[in-house]
Design a binder for this molecule. Structure first.
Ligand SMILES: *Cc1c(COP(=O)(O)O)cnc(C)c1O
Length: 612
């Protein structure tokens, strides 16, 4: 604690009003005893040196490096595209809160992902993000490192962003190839996140994996004992670590030594989500630091599979939910894959009105989100009032963005995430005529959608178009808006402001999903197919509702099951038994927010992956 004063000699806490003190170079220094004051007077420099070099020591004391292609740090930094980056930011924020000695390594994206524009038909148009100027929000670092890409030495510089507070910071190092010495193409390597072709992507992964390890070394982070790869984009770091062994013959490489230092987290059961590169281009672009034979042994015979490379050289491999562990084991038979279910950073994802409520009823919740289970003691009217405040704020935002005035009373369903076929944004509109009937008989309903489709994801773009088409068809009876440019700030408003958070992934494609956890932090129940985290978080009628009976139910029946449950269960509870509805809200907080948070998640990474 920065407010606590310590005796510089023995390190014990001293009372701020202790009269055992002396003034040294204009600073008042207090002591616990006459003994310490005398010791200090003899050799003041010796005892002060520690504070002077605290920053350097902090670097040496960093034990865990967390490598990630994207990381959501600040709404003003275009350093993320979606869930993976938001998770990385929440993870590092929790590390700071828990004083886990970590350092983040990611990329300085100058153009980020892209700006989404939807025309009247819901057709997505992409625009580059206006060039980001890092000097406003980031601290430039001096060291430079080089990585061989397509036989050119590419220079890499870095910027730092600190998470945490004065008590404890977790630095995040962002790699940047925009250096004068580099060619125009090489300078562009850290422009676009998930843009460009395979060669561009592979060069970026060489910057992250190989450049990242070299940069940590150049910056003086010499005590790193664990290298955690957040998805396969960073897997080339394993080859760089092997190379550190200094051997020249395969027999000289200490695979086990590298393995003891690496942790790999996989995030998707969708095969296309696992980066693969043809070996000839790997050899040409990424300038392998180990012989081809060794690289193939580790990364796959036919082509380089970044997940396989990570798996082969990691002490601990995990999926991001229980079910995802099972699916990953089927994808990679024979590998001991575990799971650590995702979470979200509680203080970040709780809206202001619920923050105030928790501060009043659960004072320790920010430090110890497990205490959110005490939400069971919060009275109905207080939960209801906090939610109304969040809903009003969100509806004002929708009005500002779209000109649409939505109702304050109608059951409002939110659906916001990356637009891609398996997430089935338009599943709820499979039978628009029946939806209109339901609204007429059971009560008003309105929908808020958001989410970008990757520029090459035609199926995802079609989902957006389908939603917009139905909005035009039945908008009179069932108001539907699709908001452009889903981002952190919008996510915060939506997960708190809607009444029900819907997720309809095709099983078992959703590794975890995190937005439903954000909703739970704001007392918003989920209504989802039993996949990802919801298999663990769902208790029917208590934390929300399922779509389909079980994880094994036939997906063909999902659309009907969805409408049936809306009509027979959800709308009746919302309109006719509001006390019960608030009880579900309360349990979403007490049972789910208290568990599906990054404090619990980081503690599991520490005990199971870093130390275990
Ligand atoms: C939380 C979040 C996501 C991920 O949500 P999922 O439910 O995991 O799909 C994506 N984008 C933004 C901006 C987010 O805040």
């Amino acid at each position: 604690m920065s407010s606590v004063q310590k005796d510089p000699v023995c390190g014990m806490v001293v009372a701020p009003d202790s009269n055992l003190f002396l003034t040294f170079e204009g600073q008042t220094i207090r002591f616990c005893s006459e003994y310490c004051r005398k010791k200090f007077q003899e050799r003041p420099r010796r005892y002060l040196a520690e504070t002077v070099h605290a920053d350097e020591d902090a670097k040496e004391a960093r034990r865990v490096a967390y490598f990630t292609m994207e990381v959501a740090l600040d709404p003003g930094i275009p350093s993320y595209s979606g869930g993976l980056g938001v998770l990385a930011g929440d993870m590092l924020r929790a590390c700071a809160d828990l004083h886990v000695p970590g350092v983040g390594v990611s990329m300085l994206w100058r153009k980020g992902y892209f700006e989404q524009i939807l025309d009247a038909k819901g057709i997505q148009h992409e625009q580059p993000v206006t060039h980001f100027d890092p000097s406003r929000l980031l601290h430039p670092l001096v060291p430079r490192v080089e990585v061989l890409i397509e036989n050119r030495l590419v220079r890499i510089r870095a910027w730092q962003y600190d998470l945490g507070d004065a008590d404890f910071r977790v630095p995040v190092i962002l790699l940047d190839t925009n250096a004068d010495e580099n060619s125009e193409y090489d300078r562009s390597l850290t422009d676009s996140l998930y843009g460009g072709d395979q060669s561009y992507r592979l060069a970026q992964e060489a910057v992250l994996g190989i450049g990242g390890v070299r940069m940590l070394q150049a910056l003086g982070y010499c005590g790193i004992q664990r290298f955690h790869m957040n998805e396969g984009h960073a897997s080339l770091l394993t080859l760089e670590l092997l190379n550190w062994q200094g051997g020249t013959e395969p027999a000289d490489w200490d695979f086990e030594d590298v393995r003891q230092r690496c942790i790999f987290t996989t995030h998707t059961p969708v095969p296309a989500g696992h980066d693969q590169f043809e070996w000839p281009s790997v050899e040409q672009i990424a300038g392998l630091t180990v012989p081809a034979e060794v690289a193939r042994m580790l990364g796959g015979e036919k082509r380089l599979n970044m997940t396989l490379l990570g798996l082969n050289l990691s002490r601990y491999v995990n999926g991001v939910a229980q079910r995802h562990e099972e699916v990953s084991r089927e994808m990679f038979p024979g590998y001991p894959i575990h799971h650590i279910t995702n979470g979200v950073h509680s203080a970040t994802w709780t809206c202001e009105s619920f923050q105030r409520l928790y501060d009043e009823y659960i004072p320790d919740w920010r430090k110890d989100p497990a205490m959110l289970r005490k939400a069971l003691s919060i009275p109905n009217e207080r939960i209801s009032a906090a939610h109304t405040e969040a809903k009003t704020r969100m509806l004002a935002f929708v009005k500002e963005k779209t000109g649409c005035t939505l109702s304050n009373e109608a059951l409002t369903i939110g659906f916001a995430r990356r637009a891609t076929a398996y997430k089935r944004a338009s599943l709820v509109f499979t039978d628009p005529a029946r939806l209109v009937q339901i609204v007429k008989s059971a009560g008003p309903l309105q929908f808020i959608f958001a989410g970008k489709a990757h520029p090459h994801d035609e199926g995802g773009k079609r989902e957006i178009e389908n939603v917009v088409a139905v909005a035009q068809e039945i908008g009179q009876e069932v108001p539907i808006v699709y908001l452009e440019n889903y981002d952190l700030e919008m996510a915060k408003l939506l997960v708190a402001g809607v009444d029900l958070w819907m997720n309809t992934p095709q099983r078992p494609m959703e590794a975890s999903g995190t937005s439903g956890m954000k909703a739970a932090h704001n007392g918003v129940p989920s209504f989802s197919t039993l996949d990802g985290w919801w298999i663990e978080g769902h208790i029917e009628g208590l934390t929300g509702w399922s779509i389909g009976e079980s994880a094994a139910a036939d997906p063909k029946g999902d659309a009907k099951a969805l409408l049936d449950k809306l009509e027979e269960v959800i709308l009746p509870v919302f309109y006719r038994d509001h006390e019960q509805w608030i009880d579900v809200m309360r349990h979403a907080i007490a049972l789910n927010a208290s568990y599906f948070n990054t404090h619990r998640m980081v503690q599991q990474y520490v005990t199971n992956a870093y130390l275990g």
